[in-house]
Write a protein that binds this ligand. Structure first.
Ligand SMILES: Cc1cc2nc3c(=O)[nH]c(=O)nc-3n(C[C@H](O)[C@H](O)[C@H](O)COP(=O)(O)OP(=O)(O)OC[C@H]3O[C@@H](n4cnc5c(N)ncnc54)[C@H](O)[C@@H]3O)c2cc1C
Length: 393
């Protein structure tokens, strides 16, 4: 019997088709990406050509339903794509990951009119964007945001500043979290999500400088009396934004976890190869037990992280609540990336510290996965709370 996977929106894919997609991605990475990464990364240059290639591959519509022109991939298949690309250049996945979280908010919670109007343009990559939640004064405590939207006839008027927004410069739009009621308690009841497209009153403040995650733009966004139609309030009703955001973050955490697996795998592959070619004391360093122990731990972390991602993605595709599973995958895979990157550097000795090899990039990229989509401290808290909620006494 043919094995199939089904996405949350009901689209199915066979194991053979999934493999075909992964093979196509691998061929693209080998042909058009691998040799370019180092130059783009060190120049912190946006990969315009690769973005056009990713459009042609359908990546901007990877998880958008087939009915709206997307590939309709289950998150389990999508996670494998993200891992495969992250093994070569993690930054590339950020260009379509946060875009797809924005798209998922519209697909899951938008009105029929919003879905018809926006999703086909998201899927083709004609309209690209991300999610704008974080502000200069708050990231974890999203209920403390200060960006406000005040009703004005058929419009809302938005004022405030967002920061660290991926695709903020190169993208056309964002799913924008605001307060439509600043007095209501609990605070989350006053939060709403808009699909905001660039225009008068919506400007880019500055490009932010980062340790790693180069190539992709991270920006400050400024909203100064920005008028937006009430038709762009996702779902049409104010006060739903916090729940809509949390729903999107489940997928976001699975994506970040899949990136972590990619970086952890890349570090393992490079370390395994180097351990066989570098000699000390008359034999390859891979023959020394100190190095074997490192490789053993690194490989085990990769396998465990991959299985946690598959588990979380499976639960997400079945439409189950999966904040605990996504949190575990994100926590473990990002820490695996950190540890493997550090061990890979140690195994490479001085060469691991050189900017001529990708090892130092893994070391700079890995910490982002511990911070983005909810810090790992918060993941531990989410896991513990879910544990007690699911096991009451
Ligand atoms: C490269 C990059 C890209 C990003 N892209 C985006 C994007 O596209 N869109 C977007 O909206 N945001 C984005 N972010 C922001 C990111 O989501 C936030 O940085 C993250 O949520 C943490 O928020 P914070 O930085 O304000 O830290 P804070 O919330 O200030 O937390 C500081 C520290 O306190 C800990 N802490 C906070 N509260 C608690 C608590 N209750 N219990 C225990 N510990 C706690 C945290 O774990 C952390 O260690 C990006 C960040 C980076 C670095």
């Amino acid at each position: 019997m043919t094995q199939t996977r089904t996405s949350r929106s009901g689209d199915t894919i066979t194991a053979e088709d999934e493999q075909r997609i992964l093979d196509t991605i691998t061929r693209w990475l080998d042909r058009d990406v691998k040799d370019q990464v180092s130059a783009l990364e060190h120049a912190d240059a946006y990969p315009y050509e690769m973005v056009e290639q990713m459009k042609a591959l359908g990546l901007f519509g990877a998880t958008i339903g087939v009915a709206y022109g997307g590939l309709g991939l289950p998150s389990a298949t999508y996670a494998r794509i993200v891992t495969t690309i992250s093994e070569v250049w993690m930054s590339l996945t950020g260009i379509f990951n946060s875009h797809l979280i924005m798209a998922a908010a519209v697909e899951r919670y938008g009105t029929p009119e919003q879905k018809d109007r926006l999703l086909p343009r998201f899927a083709s990559g004609e309209l690209r964007g991300g999610i704008a939640l974080t502000e200069p004064d708050c990231g974890t405590d999203l209920q403390a945001i200060r960006t406000s939207a005040v009703r004005d006839g058929d419009d809302y008027v938005i004022n405030g500043t967002k920061t660290w927004i991926s695709n903020g410069i190169e993208g056309d739009c964002v799913a924008l979290l605001v307060k439509t009621d600043t007095d209501i308690e609990p605070r989350h009841k006053g939060m709403s999500l808009f699909l905001a497209q660039k225009g008068p009153g919506f400007s880019v403040g500055r490009k932010l400088k980062k340790l790693g995650y180069k190539g992709i733009d991270s920006a400050e966004l400024i909203f100064d009396d920005y008028h937006i139609s009430a038709d762009d309030l996702i779902g049409g009703l104010p006060g739903q934004g916090f729940y809509q955001t949390l729903g999107g973050l489940e997928l976001g955490r699975i994506n970040v976890a899949a990136r972590g697996v990619g970086v952890a795998n890349a570090a393992l592959k490079d370390a395994t190869a180097y351990a066989q070619i570098r000699h000390t004391m008359g034999k390859p360093i891979g023959q020394h037990q100190a190095i074997q122990i490192k490789l053993g731990d690194m490989a085990t972390r990769c396998q465990a992280a991959r299985l946690l991602v598959e588990d979380a993605a499976g639960a997400y595709d079945r439409g189950e609540r999966c904040d605990m599973e996504a949190g575990m995958a994100k926590l473990f895979a990002s820490e695996a990336a950190m540890e493997n990157a550090a061990e890979c550097m140690r195994i490479h000795g001085a060469y691991g510290y050189s900017t001529e090899l990708p090892v130092e990039r893994y070391y700079r990229d890995a910490p982002l996965m511990c911070i983005g989509e909810g810090t790992n401290e918060m993941q531990r808290i989410i896991i513990a709370r879910q544990l007690m909620e699911r096991n009451p006494v």
